[in-house]
Structure formats: C-alpha cells, structure tokens
Design a protein around this ligand. Structure first.
Ligand code: CP
Ligand code: NVA
Length: 301
C-alpha cells in the first residue's frame, strides 16, 4: 500500500491490517505507552473544504506519533491561485514525508499521487471518504466483536460516504443495503463493484433497507459544495431519515453511526441521534486511531 486514495484500492486483508494496528495504537494511547513511529517526519495537510474532525485528528495524531503536521489552507497556497497540482505535488514531495488532502475532485488526489513521490492520503473528495470509513469499520468491530453475519444499511445520498461504506463493508464481508432516492444513487463505478456481491442491494425504500440491519448509517442531504442545492435536496430526501420507524424494523441491538456534522430532524432525528451518541462519538474518536494506523503503514521507515 503506497497511498490511501479510495477504498476500492484496498484489499479486505489490508483493511483488517489497518484496523488491527488502529486498535493497538488506541490501546497504547489509553495506557500511556509512547508510539513515536513517525519521529522526525512531516505531514502536509491541504484543505480546500472546511473540517473539524479531519484536521484536528490528523494534526493531533501526527503529534502523538512524534511527527510534525503542517496545516495548508488552499486560500494561502498557490494551488488556490491556479498552480497546477502536478507542480505542487513535485515541490511538496521534496519537503514533506506525506500529504493529506481534502478537496472536490478525486482526480486531484489521484494526480498528486501520480506526480508526487510521497504517500498521499485522501481526507475526503466528492467521490469518497476512506479515512472516515476505516474509522466506521473500526467502530463496528469494536461494538459488535466481528463483521461476521452483519448487515449495514445506508440511508440517503449516494455520495462520498455511501460510496466508501459500500466498498469497505462489502470488502470486510458484511451484507450491504442502500436506500437512495431516484437520481441520487451512487455512481456506476461503485454499483459495478457492488453488484458483484450477492449480499448487496439498492432500493428506494428506507424501510425495506433497514429491515434486520445491525448497523444503520446516514449522511447529510447536502454535502460541502452543494449548499446551493440544499432546498431542492430537502424535498428529494424527505423520508430518507433514520428515525424510530426505521429503528423498529432493524435488529433490537442495532447501532447507528454518523460521520458528522449531523443535521438533526433532517437525515436523523434528535431522539435516535442522542440514543446512539455513544457509538457516534466513539466513531469520531476512532478517526484519530484509524488515521494514525494509516500514517504508520504509509510513512514509517
Ligand atoms: N466527518 C468528517 O470528516 O468531519 P470533518 O468534516 O469535520 O472533518
Ligand atoms: N458528505 C459530507 C461528509 C462530511 C464529512 C460532505 O461531503 O460534506
């Protein structure tokens, strides 16, 4: 593994390896055991979109690993004034040991990896959010003990979170059911991958999708960059909400995850959100541990 660009690039075994290391790093942190695997290394973090969790967890994680994180806002970089990503990649490769990037187009992340000579980590694009899904898988295994026989149900937009969850959950052996409104299904690349699995289904019925689910997950109706579509999306996604009605058809011990930020009473009710806050905030914490594992795998000597 040279980069983390998208879940499609990882094998099931590589995902499990990352999760095992993440569990170990979490244990070490909780028990005060130092783990300076990236002593003397630097990580550049390019942000073309807002972030709370990704920025703070990468920055803290790098510090805990003995390395140094640099926050690079696209407003300040020449990339924000049109310097090509191909040149930025070749320059930054001469100063840094790794780059985390959050941006719009997946191609920009793929180009950084192609033209640079250091590991690239995707911190969210319009296409996918692999760091979040590694944390989600870590959280599912932590609460459920294993992935065996579990069904993950995603309700909402066939966007970056759905794309990475579909691929990640199928690769570790879970059954996957996705409910999206017409016109908001995941792209063909994801559906072509998923349709190879017998335990994948896509529907426009949230109730059908949630039936016997062990894990229910949703995401905002309007993602970063789609603010102008927010009103139209409110209409399209009405009913695509994790609420008591959906929880009633899922397994009694079903868990709920949300990558955050959440919009209460849109994609999830306040009641369900608060009833599952334990899982949701453990999931947020696990961003730190999962990303530290990714950085160690990619950047340690
Ligand atoms: N879930 C997530 O990526 O959060 P941020 O946008 O705050 O980084
Ligand atoms: N789909 C959301 C995820 C935020 C972490 C977005 O792209 O804004």
């Amino acid at each position: 593994m040279k980069h983390l660009l998208k879940m499609l690039d990882l094998s099931g075994e590589e995902i499990i390896d990352i999760l095992n290391l993440a569990d170990q790093l979490k244990y070490e942190l909780k028990h005060g055991i130092p783990h300076p695997h990236l002593k003397g290394k630097t990580l550049g973090m390019i942000f073309q979109k807002a972030s709370t969790r990704t920025r703070v967890s990468f920055e803290t994680g790098m510090y805990q690993l003995g390395g140094y994180p640099l926050f690079l806002s696209s407003h300040d970089l020449q990339i924000g004034r049109g310097e090509p990503v191909q040149d930025t990649a070749r320059v930054l490769s001469r100063y840094l040991d790794g780059i985390m990037i959050r941006t719009f187009e997946q191609k920009e992340v793929e180009d950084l990896a192609e033209y640079g000579s250091i590991p690239i980590i995707n911190g969210l694009t319009d296409f996918c959010h692999p760091c979040q899904v590694l944390a989600d898988l870590m959280t599912i295994r932590e609460f459920k003990g294993s992935f065996d026989g579990l069904k993950m149900c995603f309700i909402g937009d066939g966007n970056n979170m759905a794309n990475s969850l579909i691929v990640g959950c199928l690769k570790v052996g879970m059954a996957v059911s996705v409910a999206c409104p017409d016109g908001y299904r995941p792209p063909a690349e994801i559906l072509d991958f998923a349709n190879q699995y017998d335990n994948f289904e896509i529907t426009d019925s949230p109730l059908k999708s949630a039936e016997n689910a062990d894990v229910l997950i949703t995401d905002v109706w309007a993602s970063m960059g789609q603010e102008g579509e927010a009103e139209m999306r409110k209409k399209a996604f009405a009913g695509y909400q994790i609420n008591d009605e959906l929880m009633a058809v899922a397994h009694d011990d079903a868990m709920v995850l949300h990558c955050l930020p959440a919009h209460r009473e849109e994609e999830i009710t306040e009641k369900v959100f608060e009833a599952h806050a334990k899982e949701i905030f453990e999931e947020a914490e696990n961003r730190l541990h999962a990303q530290k594992a990714v950085m160690v795998k990619l950047m340690a000597d």
